[in-house]
Design a binder for this molecule. Structure first.
Ligand SMILES: O=C(CO)COP(=O)(O)O
Length: 264
């Protein structure tokens, strides 16, 4: 068994201003404390909008909360005349530990290709942050039964140019597009099928030890009521949570899975 540390990451998407962010992180910290959450057993991370990051940093660092934080996207450029963009260096300076790259909403609404996603992931790694690289098929691909081949192609393209040492730190989030925000969660076996295939693919393409270190998350309509059977699967190391991460009780209840005694 590997020593991959489970990760529960909350992607707030375009929700909550910085005042609301402050309130949510405070409530999350209290709830985790109330549950006696053990940070040695799993990492809990919030991914607020850019405009909340400074506030979240101040609260987490000031109160020494054992909650990680990061951003939902990053520019592919280092600096310069790119109006509206936010660089990896800026995020690193804000103490971000994680940056989501290639979320399906970025791929869909901003035409991000695997090449762009890979370039972003490499920049994030250069700045000593961890990219959460999102992959996953749409409904048409799932209905055609091509989810594994499709997702592995995305994995290959989105990890291009990342060396083995850096890849060991990368988090991959398998988020089937048809399960995002729809309430339609993948079955535990469906999620395991693709997550297991991703890990085997890394073992084949790179090295078995490396595949054993890479954390793979499932995302798509995860809630406290459906997460246990999914996160119990051998190749699933946690969850990337959207809607349910906006409710601190619900989000903390998902993280609780790893604090409860495990059978088997
Ligand atoms: O896109 C997601 C997380 O990045 C999943 O969103 P939901 O949990 O709202 O389905």
């Amino acid at each position: 068994m590997s020593d991959r540390k489970p990760l529960i990451a909350g992607n707030w998407k375009m929700n909550l201003n910085h005042v609301e962010a402050n309130g949510l992180v405070q409530k999350l910290a209290w709830t985790l404390k109330d549950h006696r959450h053990d940070p040695a057993k799993s990492e809990v991370v919030v991914l607020p909008p850019f405009t909340d990051l400074r506030t979240v940093q101040t609260l987490i660092e000031g109160d020494r909360l054992e909650i990680g934080y990061g951003a939902q996207d990053v520019s592919v450029h280092d600096s310069g005349a790119y109006t509206g963009e936010i660089s990896a260096g800026m995020l690193a300076k804000l103490g971000c530990g994680y940056v989501v790259v290639g979320h399906s909403e970025r791929r869909q609404y901003h035409d991000e290709t695997d090449d762009v996603v890979a370039a972003k992931a490499r920049l994030v790694l250069e700045w000593d942050m961890i990219p959460i690289v999102c992959v996953g098929e749409g409904l048409d691909v799932r209905q055609a039964g091509d989810q594994v081949a499709y997702t592995l192609e995305q994995v290959q393209g989105s990890l291009a140019g990342i060396g083995d040492e850096a890849l060991a730190k990368v988090v991959i989030a398998y988020e089937p597009v048809w399960a995002i925000g729809t309430g339609e969660v993948a079955t535990p076996d469906d999620a395991q099928e693709v997550c297991g295939a991703i890990r085997r693919f890394i073992a084949e393409q790179r090295h078995i030890d490396l595949a054993d270190q890479v954390r793979i998350l499932y995302g798509g309509s995860v809630k406290s009521g459906n997460c246990a059977d999914i996160m119990d699967k051998p190749d699933i190391d946690g969850a990337l949570v959207g809607g349910a991460s906006l409710d601190p009780e619900e989000f903390a209840a998902i993280a609780r899975f790893y604090d409860l005694p495990r059978v088997g």
